[in-house]
Design a protein around this ligand. Sequence first.
Ligand code: SF4
Ligand code: SF4
Length: 341
Amino acid sequence: MPVPIPDAIALQTNRGVSAEEIKRLAIAAGFDLVGIADPVASAYAQEYRAWLAQGQHGGMKYLEDSVAARTNLSCAFPWVKSVISVAMTYYAREPACASASNGDLPDSSAAVPPADETRSPGRIARYAWGRDYHRVLMGHLRKLQDEVRRVAADDFICRAYVDTGPVHERELAARAGLGWIGKNTLLINPRYGSWFVLGELLTSLPLEFDSAQPDRCGSCTRCIDACPTKALSPYQLNATRCISYHTLENRGDIPDEFHKSMRAAQYILGCDICQTVCPWNHRPLVSENQDFQPQAPAPAVDVQVVRQWRPEDWDRLTRGKAHRRAKLEMWQRTAGILAKQ
Ligand code: SF4
Ligand code: SF4
């Protein structure tokens, strides 16, 4: 069990730094969960290949490019001996007045819709409310890396990753004891749920590994039942049916069959439904980190306003945020779907 980090006696697993010391450093660097994973090959390689063969990854072709490395870290990183897996909560409190904003457009802007138009909210998934989490986590990982180098007697190789590179990070986090992979395919910590972003340091340091946690989904199927587009089957996501995929990754048209469900879900960017309904998320660890607090246009934007965004509006409102991955045309395409009566 990797959290909370106890004041344990250091276990010397190499000459300079122990797993317990690294965990203390990770907490000091701002992470909420940390554990050490064995970098052995993925236990889900066959399922992953079948998922790709069925085309359930949609247009995310980059997932096809590095299957060997994604299923076996040693292919890409033959020196790796341990993975320091970390997680940070991004669950910020919803602002008291969370109705759809106009995305901070000046009132005199031509982009503001006529007063007689009804405001229609387009929700933004929670992970994208604040600063781009890739940058936030990478900053904390670099700090941790510097600290480990400072205390380690041995020279070692170390690489930091946050949702980039051929790293099966959810599986590594589960192996590091941070939680289990739920039927909604997300990592769930038994104490705090799934509102976490993940990162890792791959290292050549030999460290003591943590143990995986048991699957606690049991007979629950809430996430599967609640998914508005039926994208989930137990432990498998069909991305081509997922609102998050379509709003963030699909640069083309979104199939008509999903429009009605999308209007009901009201997400213009990402989707949190399969997390919101999960019983393990009822007591989330609330983030006080300024980087994750909602910044305009989060947590919801008026879709009528989005339809009238100019390129400079999109540029200003998405700069430094994870939702910049959706280009202006994608925001406006989705806004058009949500705005239909
Ligand atoms: S993110 Fe939304 S659409 Fe995608 S699987 Fe979860 S509930 Fe379904
Ligand atoms: S909603 Fe239920 S089945 Fe889905 S991930 Fe949570 S506990 Fe597991």
